[in-house]
Design a protein around this ligand. Structure first.
Ligand code: NAD
Ligand code: MG
Length: 404
């Protein structure tokens, strides 16, 4: 059974939220809830949390909800039937792609974590949607092929990562003016929970300590990435493609207060910055309403209560992962996909208690070293997904050796 295509209500953006049960997904629905006259939720998706997805379906009555397995889908169908809700429950990666490209969808919030989000992002890009990209791993893996799909599909790509939203907000709407305006960009990084911890004790870091970010409340994977600064490494790669900048024009500075979300240093030495409280609802609201602005629900910045804004250089000995972004960007195409795959596997192994915090970098650097010399061509997304699979297998082998 296929539910009928949702009719378009006047002046309402028809929105799909992929990864709606995660941190960004939930924040997106919070912003949407403030503006029922502007948005209509057509689709939602989740991986594991069927109970949360059920509550979201009851609240938003989307046309489609997607889960990864028949078993979870059956669970949701039964619960929805009890409540008399018509949402059609679909299953698997192809259903995510179909939903992202559906004709009754205007905008797609890509808030899945990891490379698993790449195929639906590509489907949305090719179908010319407004694509709100939180899922940075998709762009790190897809690289120029992702951007090509955006251009060929006529999609509007709106960054949701707070740093990239900040840069985007500082630039003119006409992207043809970007190259001549920018000297370089500065991505700010909080430094995470271990900015001041003695590196000699990094081996003893527990998953609970690593996910306790000082400024942001986020999903587990990105929280660990913030602690290793691999998150910033992925963001350097993300910025390279989003803003078409050579890597040497992308710099990183530590800014522990997370008030300045990033900066553009212009040709004339003028610096444009975007500031705000660290709350993802701000970049989410901007992506949802661009080029307008709507209430986000975030707390306003109180300048009189602000402590000093401070800046530091990232210490390469403490955060060796950051350099891997520049190394991977200088290596053959596909290398950033290798780095991402290794990191996803290493972080999952760390969260599962199989390897130590410091092993994450060991796995990432080792996988890059082993792979880069024998990378095959990366001419299609399928090539990249194949590289992703092989890099994961290699990283898993390293993890097993370390865990043994
Ligand atoms: P999260 O772990 O809280 O949520 C992830 C969502 O993706 C969940 O809905 C989950 O069900 C779904 N999901 C997980 N694995 C999946 C798979 N294999 N297939 C399909 N769906 C799957 O993550 P998050 O913190 O919301 O982050 C989401 C994305 O946004 C990440 O790429 C992250 O880097 C990026 N991001 C997050 C923040 C933040 O503040 N949380 C900030 C900037 C960027
Ligand atoms: Mg970010």
């Amino acid at each position: 059974m296929t539910t009928p295509i949702s009719p378009k209500a006047p002046n309402r953006q028809r929105l799909v939220v992929l990864g709606s049960t995660g941190s960004v997904g939930v924040s997106t629905l919070e912003v949407v809830a403030r503006h029922p006259e502007r948005f209509q939720i057509v689709g939602l998706s989740a991986h594991a949390r069927v109970d949360v997805l059920l509550q979201q379906c009851l609240r938003w009555q989307p046309r489609v909800a997607v889960l990864p397995t028949q078993e979870r889908a059956q669970q949701l169908r039964a619960a929805l039937a009890e409540h008399g809700v018509q949402t059609e429950v679909q299953v698997g990666p192809q259903a995510l792609c179909d939903l992202a490209a559906a004709s009754d969808v205007d905008s797609v919030m890509a808030a899945i974590v990891g490379a698993a989000g790449l195929p639906p992002c590509m489907a949305a890009a090719r179908a010319g949607k407004r694509l709100l990209l939180a899922n940075k791993e998709a762009l790190v893996v897809g690289a120029d092929l992702f951007m090509q799909a955006v251009h060929e599909g006529g999609a509007t790509l709106l960054p949701i990562d707070s740093e990239h939203s900040a840069i985007f907000q500082c630039l003119p709407e006409d992207r043809r003016a970007w190259a001549e305006r920018i000297d370089h960009i500065v991505l700010t990084a909080s430094g995470g929970p271990f900015r001041q911890r003695d590196p000699a004790s990094f081996d003893a870091i527990t998953p609970a300590q690593a996910v306790a970010h000082p400024n942001w409340v986020m999903g587990q994977k990105i929280s660990v990435d913030s602690a290793t600064m691999m998150n910033k490494a992925l963001e350097v790669i993300e910025a390279r493609w989003l803003f078409d900048l050579a890597p040497e024009r992308i710099r990183v500075v530590l800014h522990p207060q997370s008030i300045i979300h990033s900066m553009v240093v212009c040709r004339d030495a003028s610096v444009l910055a975007q500031l705000g409280t660290p709350d993802m609802k701000v970049p989410i609201a901007y992506g949802l309403s661009f080029p307008e602005r709507i209430e986000s629900g975030a707390e306003r910045l109180d300048f009189l209560k602000l402590q000093a804004l401070s800046f530091e250089a990232p210490d390469p000995a403490r955060f060796p992962g950051l350099q891997l972004a520049y190394d991977a960007l200088a290596a053959p195409p596909g290398s950033t996909a290798v780095l991402n795959a290794a990191n996803e596997e290493a972080v999952a192994a760390f969260l599962a208690g199989r390897v130590r915090f410091t092993d994450i970098h060991r796995v990432n650097a080792g996988t890059i070293d082993a792979f880069v010399s024998r990378l095959g061509p990366a001419r299609s997304i399928d090539d990249l997904l194949d590289i992703d699979r092989r890099a994961r297998a290699h990283a898993q082998q390293r993890i097993q050796e370390i865990a043994a």
